[in-house]
Design a protein around this ligand. Structure first.
Ligand code: AMP
Ligand code: MN
Ligand code: MN
Ligand code: MN
Length: 278
């Protein structure tokens, strides 16, 4: 039996995506996706609404989340899949992340103000609405205030890695995030490994530590990954006995390279993908 068409990484208005969970699910169904995991940043708030819409459309919505965590003093993203979305351990953990994100937003706004900008916290909070606040909401606020021409420019100038707005926070350690996801009955995937600007030697160390901490799978298919990097990650995952995952990391319509359900085709055996979820 071939696997259904799936996408195990995408965002809604519950974090920095622009479609509401039901809109996202409708779009995924329209793209032929049969199994979708909604993986908002540090939030599971969209899952219930998304699952109801998925039920109406006859597709499956898996519980998901993209957790912000730290490894060796830098920020990494961990995708949790297939957990109990109302597990108490996860709820407590996400509450910590709510506080950290809000504190980061306040500090980010303060840093921009010391550069002579107006206080952008209210506008960023408004852009986030009910969703988890993040740097993309500051990007929108910077554009709306006429301080940047585009969100891309806002990241290049102020928000991207190493820039003023890249506020360092004590995000929970990777091993703890893995433990919480397991306690909630889910699996943990190392998100987009080639996006951390690590050398492959350093990336191997990250994957080693991830594996030793009980991590389950690594993403090997997503927007922007090069075929030769996918081959290398497939090789490493086989060596380490890790499964592989794939997802578009969709945030908004209009970027054809990361449409829902679309990513570099993945050549992996049935026992190498996250078959238990599909
Ligand atoms: P945060 O979760 O607040 O740390 O923000 C990270 C999010 O910002 C990512 O998930 C992307 O959606 C977005 N992002 C990161 N870098 C860029 C960039 N250079 N241009 C546009 N969006 C970006
Ligand atoms: Mn994002
Ligand atoms: Mn990410
Ligand atoms: Mn993502």
């Amino acid at each position: 039996m071939p696997f259904p068409k799936y996408d195990l990484h995408c965002h809604s208005t519950a974090s920095d995506g622009v479609l509401s969970p039901p809109e996202l699910v409708r779009r995924a169904a329209g793209e032929g996706v049969e199994v979708l995991a909604l993986t908002d940043h540090d939030s599971v708030a969209g899952i219930g609404e998304g699952a109801r819409e998925a039920g109406r459309l006859g597709i499956r919505l898996l519980s998901g989340v993209e957790l912000t965590a730290s490894w060796a003093g830098r920020m990494v993203h961990l995708v949790g899949l297939g957990f109990d979305p109302v597990a108490e351990c996860l709820r407590d953990y996400l509450e910590e992340l709510d506080h950290l994100r809000l504190e980061r937003a306040e500090r980010l706004a303060g840093k921009l103000m010391r550069k002579g900008m107006p206080d952008l916290l209210p506008a960023a909070l408004e852009a986030a609405g009910d969703g988890q606040i993040g740097r993309p909401h500051f990007a929108r606020a910077l554009v709306d205030a006429g301080l940047c021409d585009s969100e891309k420019q806002a990241f290049q100038r102020y928000l991207g890695t190493g820039k003023l707005g890249d506020v360092r926070m004590p995000w929970p350690e990777m091993a703890r995030a893995i433990g919480v996801l397991h306690d909630a009955g889910g699996l943990c995937v190392l998100a987009h490994p080639t996006k951390y600007r690590l050398t492959f030697t350093r990336l191997r160390t990250l994957i080693n530590d991830f594996c030793n901490a009980g991590g389950d799978a690594i993403e090997v298919a997503y927007a922007g990954i090069k075929p030769e990097h996918q081959r290398e990650l497939l090789k490493i995952s086989r060596q380490r006995g890790l499964k592989v995952s794939a997802g578009s990391d969709f945030h908004r319509p209009g970027s054809p390279w990361c449409e829902l359900g679309r990513f570099l085709p993945l050549e992996a055996d049935a026992d190498h993908v996250l078959a238990s979820l599909l």
